[in-house]
Design a binder for this molecule. Structure first.
Ligand code: SF4
Length: 234
């Protein structure tokens, strides 16, 4: 499947994982594989299939490594070394990682306290309102996941992989920034629907806007990153 030219290489690394809304499902290897594995099967079967794939991959790596006389403990050693542990800690404690995780908690709190009727996204006050809620809910974790991926990449691999790692991080950050842009617009729409909640919504907007500004400062090349498929077709 990987060699099939219809697939856009690496498109799934910099997307927002919102496959239901994606225009590139037919050109995404990740989507095709997920469909192939899960097609018509129950969740448990899906998990077992994934486990089987990991086991097979792990077995193949071991086989190839022992054929070539390589030490298969290298991955464990890599991830448990002091140097790596401290880089992971640095990434976890980075102000962007913390700010993003704080934001997703704030979103949950906001919907729980301010708008309990949105708990199941079942409000009936119009499609636009529902759309705004869906956008906020979708991106609240995505922003954090993409920023963490970028920070880990920067901390763990930039020394060894240089520009490649930094560009990959820029791609993840671009996906996070787009998520923040869309969320900010969605909060703005919510403000129109709930003028009496302006203060509370402004707190969310301020938090997100600051996070976006800090992200752009930390990753100045991210906005210009060209995402395969979304920004350029190949
Ligand atoms: S590129 Fe589209 S189809 Fe593929 S994982 Fe991302 S959102 Fe889903």
């Amino acid at each position: 499947m990987h060699n099939n030219l219809r697939f856009i290489s690496g498109i799934y690394n910099y997307c927002d994982r919102w496959c239901k809304r994606c225009l590139f499902t037919s050109r995404c290897l990740n989507y095709a594989m997920t469909e192939k594995i899960s097609g018509g099967s129950s969740d448990n079967l899906f998990v077992r299939e994934i486990q089987k794939l990991f086991d097979q991959a792990y077995g193949m790596i071991n086989e190839i490594a022992s054929e070539r006389g390589m030490d298969t403990d290298f991955a464990d050693a890599f991830f448990t070394s002091d140097k790596i542990a401290s880089r992971v800690e640095e990434a976890e404690n980075h102000c962007l990682a913390k700010g993003a995780s704080e934001y997703s908690k704030k979103v949950d709190e906001w919907f729980k306290i301010e708008c309990p009727s949105f708990d199941n996204s079942s409000d009936h006050r119009g499609a636009d309102l529902e759309e705004s809620v869906e956008v906020i809910q979708w991106y609240k974790h995505l922003v954090s996941a993409k920023l963490s991926r970028a920070l880990y990449g920067n901390q763990l691999y930039s020394e060894e992989a240089g520009d490649v790692a930094r560009k990959d991080s820029d791609g993840s950050v671009k996906a996070a920034l787009i998520g923040m842009d869309r969320s900010i617009r969605a909060w703005g729409r919510l403000k129109e629907y709930f003028p009496h909640k302006t203060d509370k919504i402004s707190v969310m907007l301020l938090h997100l806007d600051r996070l976006r500004g800090k992200t752009e400062l930390e990753f100045p090349g991210a906005r210009a990153f060209v995402r395969p498929g979304f920004d350029v077709l190949n």
